[in-house]
Design a binder for this molecule. Structure first.
Ligand code: RTP
Ligand code: MG
Length: 142
């Protein structure tokens, strides 16, 4: 058993559509533990930092505009193989192709406005959570 952490962010479309409770509920029912939780309206600078791996891609400006268009809800989740498990639960990037039963498959119909972000590796987690949380904001074992 490899207990690990992942970073999840409900994007502005998910928050505006009132999907926060539904989405957190899915992770809780799965057995993942919430280790940190925060609502925040990102500045452009913070959004560019979060998505720095995409700088220079054709959709980068559109992505930063979208992510700063409203508040997001960010969290750190912990559990066995959390990075892989959460990526499976959110589904592929394009909501039109994401299978029913996944979060994007059930709630998204777009490749950009796709409700949720999750780290795709342990390395991404280490970089991404720091945009939102200090280590003191991560709760201890419970
Ligand atoms: P995320 O990073 O948000 O969890 O999404 P992902 O890994 O499934 O997809 P990624 O390739 O990392 O893309 C990051 C986000 O950029 C937007 N996007 N738009 N218009 C487009 O072609 C396009 N491609 C990507 C999406 O919001 C995607 O989640
Ligand atoms: Mg990604």
């Amino acid at each position: 058993m490899a207990v690990e952490r992942t970073f999840v962010m409900i994007k502005p479309d998910g928050v505006k559509r009132g999907l926060v409770g539904e989405i957190i509920s899915r992770f809780e029912r799965k057995g993942l533990k919430i280790k940190a939780l925060k609502m925040k309206w990102l500045t452009r600078e913070e959004a560019e930092k979060l998505y720095e791996v995409h700088r220079g891609k054709p959709f980068f400006e559109e992505l930063v505009d979208f992510i700063t268009s409203g508040p997001v809800v960010a969290m750190i989740l912990e559990g066995d193989s959390a990075v892989e498990v959460v990526r499976l639960m959110i589904g592929p990037t394009d909501g039109r192709k994401a299978p029913p039963g996944t979060i994007r498959g059930d709630f998204a119909l777009d490749i950009g406005a796709n409700v949720i972000h999750a780290s795709d590796s342990r390395e991404s987690f280490e970089r991404e959570y720091k945009v939102f949380f200090s280590d003191e904001e991560i709760v201890g074992d419970y």
